[in-house]
Write a protein that binds this ligand. Structure first.
Ligand code: CRA
Length: 793
């Protein structure tokens, strides 16, 4: 289909006309997009079948269970991975169809909130590209993450609707549906052979799989992402049909718009069990139909639990092994513990999932029994290890104080527990999960996150990709470690000029988009200083915006103050119920209004908030950045992955020693990164011992005082909108150490601006050192480590 230009063009036109009964001349971009995508999907179908055949022959399979997959758009990426992008671009251009316009038609598949969901998507890409047998299991939310609309600086949330025109990449497989039971009760039947359990009077929900191909680089391997959709089951008797339909479909209706935060709603628990029950049963069915022996399951199947959301997979596998396949508890537990591995993504206590028994037990009666039994046996082992230490055992228990602690269940039921960056894993081992680490140190390990360089370099930044290819060859496209070949070019002025030109080109492209979307003219020769990520207090967008306001004050107060012109770019969604975060978004807008419209700072400071931050927008923003803001309070950001994307695109990190920034510093060396602020140990010791008084900083630093006062003195608004922010900093003693780190941040920013303006050679060199040191942050490296050290594939 794609081997001959003429044949392709003929068949493209013909299919388009046949599908839409419209002449090619009159067809729309949307129709052209759908036709092309369908052709691509059909093109890969034989490889997809072939991959599945290969797997049937007995390799160990990995299943990555995740409540989120933040995929973004697929057409362009699939074409790149198939090696077809450039060819089709020219063939379509002949027909007067710009390929990038077709790409723009595709809605982002936004089945995730942020880092955790995007990580899952990068992992899928790496698994397939490394020809590893790894598949995703998730939920086919009808509505992905809300669309953000800014109205007068306030965030409005609109329902997202990616399935509106149907979705070209999925294949519905109704025949593989599974019925998932909720509510009801458990019959205990005493038999000679032992006690039997039967879940009765359950309400069933039908889980219908929709499979999506995951195209690996080179096109040899096509793995599967299976997303489950909730529908009515024929197994539930039909009283109050409307209520049943509503409640059933609600399960896969919306993605929870929370990031590092748990809503604690019953629907969320339903979603979790729905995902795992359907997934585990389909995994077992496939394993058994290929002739697998249940007692050997862990030798042929690895199941990964992405954070605690899918942790009920552990009792669900136990349930199946015990109730349906009649294994003994010890046999079942032996298999289960060896099958599962768990990744922790956060130490923030508000994100630790705990379910009240009063919700859990009635909804999942049999699963609750099994969790209780796991807990009893686990506590017994603890008792043997730590006789008499009631306090310790109570702290480590899975069920206690009327709650089920999901992280403890994950730890008890998995053979591997990993954090997502070196520092994060150390914090888990030495603090957050220290009791468990002491008990079973061998289970704990680190797997520093990564990003797929195929999307974040090859796809997002074709200009840089070409330059790199002409400079160091195309080996890095397959193996990102080869980016290190760029290191010698840090002193090659001809190369540095070309790199600069590429960056400038990307800044011009972004500037154009900013003008179209925001109506703000930004200067591509100014420093593009970017912070894009979810809005969260610990990520400290507030530190950034207060610094901008302070800078503005400085320029206003002293017209001779020298600074390199800067464009501050923000993008961030706040969880709809997170009032404080939404207020910070408003603050960014108010500061933008003040600064952008003041002749005194015109051309020097520009502030832009780009609406509806998402994967496809990130692909335009990140290649254009000069400075990458990674300024979380040290110890709070588990890893971060945006930091890696920026680095790979030649932006310089302005960061705290938090998450993976620590490892970025290790790669670049201290001369190629801007580090400031408190260290993790310092933050943790303040958190524990106290001793920080934010008010002191207000009193002793006139710039801080002047800037904070503007939050409440009418400079920014006259309705008292920012009182809550002012109070969080002073009244509530500034939980995230914004004021404590302020001066250090300000100075480091000043230093960055000075180098950019006065020592361009140095800056360009820094860019090279960042790109050449970024290969280790490819998710291929991460996935190879998971494969070897956790999954054993
Ligand atoms: N919010 C962490 O906070 C990390 C990603 C992926 C997060 C990030 O620092 O890079 O996971 N944690 O590991 C999370 O979602 C539930 O916890 C995130 O995306």
């Amino acid at each position: 289909m794609f081997s001959d230009k003429k044949a392709f063009q003929e068949s493209f036109k013909k299919r388009l006309e046949q599908s839409y009964s419209i002449s090619f001349q009159d067809s729309t971009r949307a129709q052209q997009f759908v036709t092309l995508s369908n052709m691509v999907r059909e093109h890969i179908s034989s490889e997809w079948i072939e991959t599945n055949e290969r797997y049937r022959k007995g390799n160990k399979q990995v299943y990555y269970l995740s409540i989120e997959f933040l995929l973004g758009r697929l057409l362009g990426q699939n074409l790149i991975n198939l090696g077809l992008y450039e060819t089709l671009e020219t063939w379509l251009a002949d027909l007067n169809i710009p390929l990038d316009e077709l790409e723009e038609i595709e809605p982002d598949a936004a089945l995730g909130n942020g880092g955790l969901g995007r990580l899952a998507a990068c992992f899928l890409d790496s698994l397939a590209s490394l020809n590893l047998p790894g598949h995703g299991c998730g939920i086919r939310y009808k509505h992905g993450l809300f669309e953000q609309k800014m109205v007068d600086g306030f965030q409005m949330e609109l329902p997202e609707n990616w399935l509106r025109y149907g979705y070209v990449w999925e294949v519905r497989k109704s025949d593989l549906s599974v019925d998932v039971p909720f509510w009801g009760s458990v019959d205990v039947i005493e038999r000679k052979e032992g006690t039997k359990f039967r879940h009765v009077d359950a309400e069933y929900v039908r889980a219908v799989p929709h499979d999506m191909p995951v195209v690996g680089y080179g096109g040899e391997t096509i793995n599967t992402l299976r997303l489950w959709s909730a529908e009515m089951s024929t197994m539930t008797p039909m009283h109050d049909v409307l209520k049943y339909k509503r409640e059933t479909e609600a399960i896969s209706e919306f993605l929870y718009p929370d990031d590092s935060n748990d809503e604690g709603k019953i629907l969320r628990l339903k979603q979790q069990y729905f995902l795992v029950s359907a997934s585990i049963r389909s995994i077992l069915r496939r394993f058994l139909s290929n002739g697998g022996e249940l007692k050997e399951l862990h030798k042929h199947v690895a199941i990964h639990i992405n954070d605690t959301h899918p942790v009920l997979a552990i009792p669900e596998l136990m349930r199946l092994l015990l109730d349906e396949y009649q294994l003994s508890w010890d046999e079942a537990w032996h298999i289960t513990e060896r099958t599962f591995a768990y990744t922790n993504h956060t130490t923030l206590s508000e994100a630790l999932e705990r379910w009240p028994i009063r919700i859990f037990k009635p909804l999942l009666p049999r699963i609750f029994m099994i969790v209780e039994e796991i807990n009893e046996r686990f506590c017994k082992r603890l008792w043997e290890e730590y006789p008499g230490e009631w306090g310790r055992i109570e702290k480590m228990a899975i069920v206690a104080n009327g709650e089920v602690r999901m992280a403890h269940l994950a730890i008890a039921g998995s053979h591997s527990i990993n954090g997502v960056a070196w520092l994060h894993t150390e914090i888990l081992k030495n603090r957050e999960m220290n009791d468990f680490y002491q008990f079973q140190p061998e289970k704990f390990n680190n797997k520093t996150n990564g990003i797929t360089h195929r999307r974040w370099l090859l796809k997002a930044n074709p200009e840089l990709t070409s330059l790199l290819t002409e400079t160091i060859g195309d080996g890095f496209q397959k193996d990102a470690a080869e980016l290190s070949k760029l290191a010698p070019y840090a002193d090659d002025s001809a190369f540095l000029q070309k790199l600069w030109d590429v960056k400038t080109k990307r800044k011009e492209i972004l500037a154009k988009r900013i003008f179209e979307q925001n109506g703000v003219k930004v200067d591509p020769s100014s420093i593009f200083d970017v912070q894009v990520k979810r809005l969260h207090a610990y990520k400290r967008q507030l530190l950034n915006v207060l610094h901008i306001l302070a800078l503005y004050n400085k320029v206003k107060a002293d017209s001779s103050y020298q600074m390199a012109p800067r464009t501050f770019i923000f993008g961030a969604k706040a969880s709809p119920g997170y009032f404080y975060a939404k207020r910070i978004i408003k603050l960014i807008h108010s500061v933008a209004d003040l600064v952008n419209n003041d002749p005194a700072t015109k051309g020097l400071i520009t502030v832009v908030f780009m609406e509806n931050y998402r994967v496809s927008l990130a692909e335009d923003i990140i290649p254009a950045a000069d400075i990458s803001e990674q300024i979380s309070t040290a110890s709070k950001e588990a890893s971060g992955t945006g930091n890696m994307k920026f680095m790979m695109n030649g932006a310089i990190t302005m960061g705290t020693l938090d998450g993976a920034n620590v490892e970025i510093l290790e790669q670049t060396g201290p001369d190629n990164i801007f580090i400031f602020g408190l260290k993790a140990e310092e933050v943790m010791s303040y958190d524990k011992e106290g001793g920080y008084r934010s008010m002191d900083y207000y009193h002793h630093d006139p710039l801080i005082r002047r800037t904070l006062d503007q939050l409440v003195d009418g400079t920014l608004d006259d309705k008292g909108l920012f009182g809550v922010i002012y109070d969080s900093l002073l009244g509530e003693n500034d939980q995230y150490f914004v004021l404590k780190d302020f001066e250090s941040y300000r100075k480091t920013q000043e230093e960055a601006g000075r180098i950019y303006a006065e020592d361009q050679a140095r800056w360009r060199k820094m860019m090279v050192n960042n790109i050449s040191g970024s290969g280790i942050f490819s998710s291929d490296r991460t996935i190879k480590e998971y494969a070897k050290e956790i999954w054993n594939i």
